[in-house]
Unconditional design. Sequence first.
Length: 302
Amino acid sequence: MNLYSINTGYFKLDGGAMFGVVPKSIWNKINPADNNNMCSWALRCLLIEENDKLILIDNGMGDKQDAKFFGHYYLHGDDTLDKSLLQYGFHRHDITDVILTHLHFDHCGGSIIREGNKLVPAFKNAVYWSNKIHWEWAVNPNEREKASFLKENILPIAESGQLQFVDIGLPSTGGMAADNAANSKIGNSPWPLANWDLPSLSLRIVQGHTQGMMLPQIKFKGKTLVFMADLLPSQGHIPIPYIMAYDMFPLTSLNEKQFFLQEALENDYILFFEHDPQFECCNLQQTERGIRAKDFFKIAEI
């Protein structure tokens, strides 16, 4: 197995929204804001090469939106999906599978491209993987979250015939499922990726940020690496109260973080950060202030 960090650029979000109830006097030391209170965040994806599979986890926000959209989110930097794939000798048409942790635009916007007046899959030879709980949540969004679920990123995937659902062993609800007494159980268990002959890869299902978010968990060189998506978007979100205002169910996120961080500490997991503007990976240590990052490194250094 080979793992590659795939950078697709950077974007900006409001620092207060990214750190929730944490005061700016504290979070501004972690990721300093510009004059508009905006902080830069990475759009970092992960590529898994194993046997005849080339699996891409998330794909950034893409570039098909209009100038008004990018005026809100300030896509910047020299990295693109295609340039990063080419760096390792790959093309988007080589991708066999795309795992979408969830369908917020900064995680799945690169799934669909414009060809003339048509919206078509960017990865024409790939299966796109989601799950029914999250898919229903995304195509029937609540008022608070619907700005993150853009139909042009989502519906063409289903229309292409390339969409498949992971069987996560739970009933699809289609409603406000996170009142759920089962959340602690869901967040605590890695669920196998159905119908795949890849024992090195499993999925954790978490519910606090959005319903049915999938965290790929990978056995690699004797270690366990977890793609953190938006459970821990950056190393600055490791402290338990540092929870984004974007999370639909912050107390669920808090419980999921507590459980996961303890498990990760005890088992020496490697955490892979999708949005940290500086650090790709870290492991953890126990400190007087709680569980914190220990060492920072790149995948290539594992």
